[in-house]
Design a protein around this ligand. Structure first.
Ligand SMILES: *Cc1c(COP(=O)(O)O)cnc(C)c1O
Length: 402
């Protein structure tokens, strides 16, 4: 018995009896997180190389985020956008100033208009609806191996059959082109295309990085067809790849940018940001009860400030290079290829990834799959060098013994 009054077995039985079944669980009951570590009731800890599935860019219980949440929770947790709010206004001004600083040199006009929501999927839903409104067109192009979320619109943009097939028919008008294939762009993006949705580093799909010439051709194809370019930076954004936004590696300018995951510091939050020149949408056309609530905005202000003050994009670039070099030097026979940008790495294996994940758990390391045979590492950008070193040593040893 511990402070919850229930042992792990009892808690697991309760969840097993009531969970939807839609998410496979690991055999661990996690009750606390601190920095790059998560703990079970007995105090056994894991180094979290998943950043909580990507949301914990700043790790768990970052003191600045915790303080912002605590202070705002005592004032005002929720407020719909039907009234103005101090935290929302300040967050909007800080976020758009950041976007101007980082992405403003592309010569395409500032990203100033924001729809605030509660998840990555919702940020993509908003992007799809906005693209229809702004262009008067209905077709959406995305890419094979891409992942954009689980709601019906976002799922329609997601190509993987196992995610889609049980829920068909999905939204009409979506097509999926091969990734990094320049010739396919010319044919697939047309005058009927409202938007092209893309991850410049595909996360869920196996950590595949866009080729620079593909990124450029994508921008050109959108311009030629009058289609909007939606960049899904839900996983790659906010420092993960070694720049504030992964699109900066490619000088690729979005018309619409989708953010989520790390954005709210663990408070559910998504954002869809678009160019001033596209205008606004009619009153009553889109919104959400919780979207833009003061708690999420206050937490996100703290997140943005910590990333800036600790220069986490630069840290992710430096640690990511070291990590990539180490893993690429592995002599483990199961390793087929190591790919990555900043602290977003994929180790493609010659075997299934699930047994590797299980062995890593036994070594106190919590990592992620990306498809059937890619081991995905997304450590918090704040992870200490010694924790990263220990975790990577465990990864190397588990791979060598596999
Ligand atoms: C996680 C993710 C989403 C979906 O976000 P949710 O918050 O889980 O709805 C969409 N796109 C990408 C690239 C993601 O990694």
């Amino acid at each position: 018995m511990t402070d919850t009054g229930c042992d792990d077995r009892a808690l697991e039985d309760i969840e097993a009896a009531h969970a939807s079944g839609g998410v496979a669980r690991r055999e661990a009951t996690i009750v606390r997180g601190q920095g790059a570590r998560i703990f079970d009731q007995q105090g056994m800890s894991y180094i979290d190389l998943s950043a909580g599935h990507g949301w914990a860019g700043l790790g768990h219980a970052h003191p600045a985020v915790t303080q912002a949440i605590r202070e705002q929770a005592e004032k005002l947790v929720c407020l719909t956008e039907s009234a103005f709010n101090d935290q929302r206004a300040l967050w909007l001004s800080e976020l758009t100033a950041l976007l101007q600083l980082e992405l403003g040199s592309t010569g395409r006009g500032p990203l100033t208009r924001v729809n605030i929501s509660n998840s990555g999927s919702e940020a993509i839903e908003a992007a799809i609806k906005l693209a229809r409104l702004f262009t008067g067109r209905s077709e959406i192009v995305s890419f094979r191996r891409g992942f954009h979320g689980r709601t019906l619109g976002a799922l329609s943009a997601t190509a993987r059959q196992t995610f889609r097939q049980p829920f068909e028919p999905l939204v009409p008008g979506f097509s999926h082109l091969p990734y990094n294939d320049l010739a396919a762009l010319a044919v697939g993006i047309t005058e009927r295309t409202a938007a092209v949705i893309v991850e410049v580093v595909q996360g869920e799909g196996g950590v595949h990085i866009a080729r620079p010439e593909f990124a450029q051709a994508l921008r050109d194809a959108c311009d030629r067809a009058g289609a909007l370019l939606v960049i899904d930076e839900i996983q790659t954004g906010l420092g993960r790849t070694g720049r504030w936004f992964a699109s900066q590696h490619f000088d690729l300018a979005p018309d619409i940018l989708a953010l989520g995951k790390t954005l709210g510091g663990g408070v559910p939050m998504g954002a869809t940001i678009w160019r001033e020149a596209l205008g606004t949408i009619p009153a009553g056309s889109h919104g959400s009860t919780f979207g833009g609530g003061p708690l999420a905005c206050a937490a996100s202000r703290a997140v943005l400030e910590v990333i800036r003050e600790e220069d986490l994009p630069q840290r992710a670039a430096r640690l990511g290079r070291l990590l990539l070099e180490r893993l690429a030097g592995s002599d483990a026979r199961v390793v087929r290829q190591v790919r990555g940008l900043g602290l977003m790495l994929g180790v493609e294996l010659r075997t299934k990834v699930t047994p590797i994940l299980r062995r890593l758990m036994q070594r106190g390391v919590w990592a992620l799959p990306a498809g059937m045979n890619v081991l995905r590492l997304l450590p918090p950008l704040t992870i200490s060098e010694s924790e990263l070193d220990n975790a990577v040593t465990a990864v190397e040893e588990v791979l060598r013994d596999a």
